[in-house]
Design a protein around this ligand. Structure first.
Ligand code: ZN
Length: 478
């Protein structure tokens, strides 16, 4: 999410960046010829590298992409020491490095950027970026984040006068924070890049933003919704030139609310820890896949190519930029579909719709009955980091009861519940939430009726009123 657009001209690996930038610009001009030719060249390079230097992929063989069996995060984490093409990379060494949150954005083994992610699957993943992949991500963002027309983003000075504020999970090895912190260190104060923890109460986040007085706000859609509500109510007075969003489902209702509040362009982006900038938005609000750098294959529940034009069960991702930790046909749990027709903007990289992470904002009350909204990202982070639990579901019934459920395979669920409850209530006390009870349920986590999708943080009332739609409790989706 931490895309600094033109700031990426300050990429520390200037030559690599210049190469990636010019190639990305050129393929953006001619997606169907130059873009796809570059994709084939990069794919051949990736397969060569994986087969020659990764013991994991050597065993899987194959000279073509379709020869590779799909892989999962679970499988790669289990075979971690056989995965990377730099044989110094081991899980034990990496875990020792990431154990210290202060090392976020510091180079590992002198050359790699590291980030961790639990993602929607709930299993921790460790992702290592080499200079080539960072140059690619920077180039993509520089040229496509603020609009996809190849001539629109050529002002390298655009970012220099901006004041960027990032509201997100901070203080750990999270992809958004790490990439933003890397940029902050490289830019030496011009422009200003400041981070605000999304774990703070929303009123406190708003106070900090008022001091920072950003021109560009970078955050999750749910956080932008809460800030937009404050802007509209007059308790926040930001003067933004742009809002950059990513990391969660983004609904038309949320867009309308955020635009009404801040009166500026809102840029959405689809990325993952496995590939930072999978798709970026054009002026029609459509997400075009960066097909020169990443390959997506929508698949059914049996990991077979999807037939029909509905949403996939998941999607196989091939990262053409990262040669140190190859990802070939890696299963992302996002449900996606390609749009059947080309986009009227003229960009021939395909348009994708994503049914991604869309947990609810929870709305509690303080002792005086005042509203206390809490971000799903904050709750997930607190529970994952504080209780060490990723396979949970919170069902919030009204503003006073949270029911906690776990996946069936979690051993000793009652003990997990006690750990989760302790960190959850301590966190909500900091937000002055009053009159709240939790209860443990042995029932299986609820799934969306239509899609079968599992969400971890659910405002039950809003979901039922909203007929189980993807967008949840935010007024924007009403
Ligand atoms: Zn378009």
């Amino acid at each position: 999410m931490a895309h600094m657009a033109s700031l990426a001209t300050l990429n520390p690996d200037a030559w690599l960046y210049a190469g990636a930038w010019s190639a990305t610009w050129w393929s953006g001009l001619h997606p169907e010829t130059v873009g796809l030719a570059m994709r084939q060249r990069r794919l051949a390079r990736l397969i060569d590298q994986a087969l020659s230097a990764s013991p994991f992929y050597k065993k899987r063989g194959g000279g073509r992409l379709c020869d590779f069996r799909p892989t999962t995060k679970h499988e790669l984490m289990a075979c971690f020491d056989d995965w990377a093409t730099d044989r110094r990379i081991t899980r034990a060494a990496l875990e020792s490095f990431v154990a210290d949150p202060q090392r976020a954005a510091s180079p590992w083994l002198g050359r790699y950027l590291v980030w961790t992610s639990s993602g929607t699957s709930g299993e921790m993943g460790y992702f290592i970026q080499d200079a080539t992949s960072m140059a690619a991500y920077d180039a993509i963002d520089s040229l496509r984040l603020r609009g996809r027309a190849p001539l629109d983003n050529l002002n390298p000075l655009w970012g220099l006068d901006q004041r960027f504020a990032f509201v997100g999970a901070t203080g750990g090895h999270f992809a958004g924070f790490v990439s933003l912190e890397r940029m902050r260190r490289a830019t030496h104060g011009r422009p200003t890049i400041q981070v605000v923890s999304a774990l703070e109460p929303v009123a406190r986040i708003a106070e900090q933003l008022a001091v920072i007085d950003p021109t560009v706000l970078i955050c999750y859609p749910s956080a932008a919704v809460l800030l937009a509500e404050r802007q509209l109510s007059g308790t926040l007075g930001l003067d933004l030139t742009e809002v950059w969003l990513g990391g969660e489902q983004f609904t038309p209702g949320q867009r309308a609310l955020i635009q009404a509040a801040f009166q500026c362009p809102v840029r959405n982006n689809y990325g993952a820890s496995e590939f930072f900038s999978i798709a970026s938005e054009c002026r029609f609000g459509n997400l075009h896949v960066n097909e020169d750098w990443v390959i997506l294959e929508p698949v059914d529940a049996n990991l077979q190519p999807l037939s029909g034009d509905g949403f996939s069960a998941s999607v196989l991702l091939t990262n053409l930029a990262n040669l140190v930790q190859p990802l070939l046909r890696y299963q992302l749990t996002d449900r996606v579909r390609f749009a059947p027709r080309p986009c009227p903007c003229g960009d021939r990289f395909r348009v994708i719709e994503v049914d991604g992470r869309s947990d609810d904002i929870l709305r509690f009350q303080d002792a005086q009955g005042g509203p206390v909204p809490v971000l799903p990202l904050a709750l997930e982070t607190v529970i994952e980091e504080g209780a060490g639990i990723t396979h949970f579901q919170l069902l919030c019934r009204g503003s006073a009861v949270i029911e906690v459920r776990f996946d069936a395979e979690l051993p000793d669920a009652p003990a997990a519940y006690e750990r989760l409850r302790a960190v959850l209530l301590a966190y909500l006390r900091q937000h002055r939430v009053a009159g709240l009870r939790t209860r443990f349920s042995r029932a299986a986590p609820q799934r969306e009726q239509r899609s079968g999708k599992l969400r971890r943080i659910v405002a039950v009332q809003a979901r039922s009123q909203g007929r189980g739609e993807v967008s949840g409790s935010s007024p924007a989706s009403a």
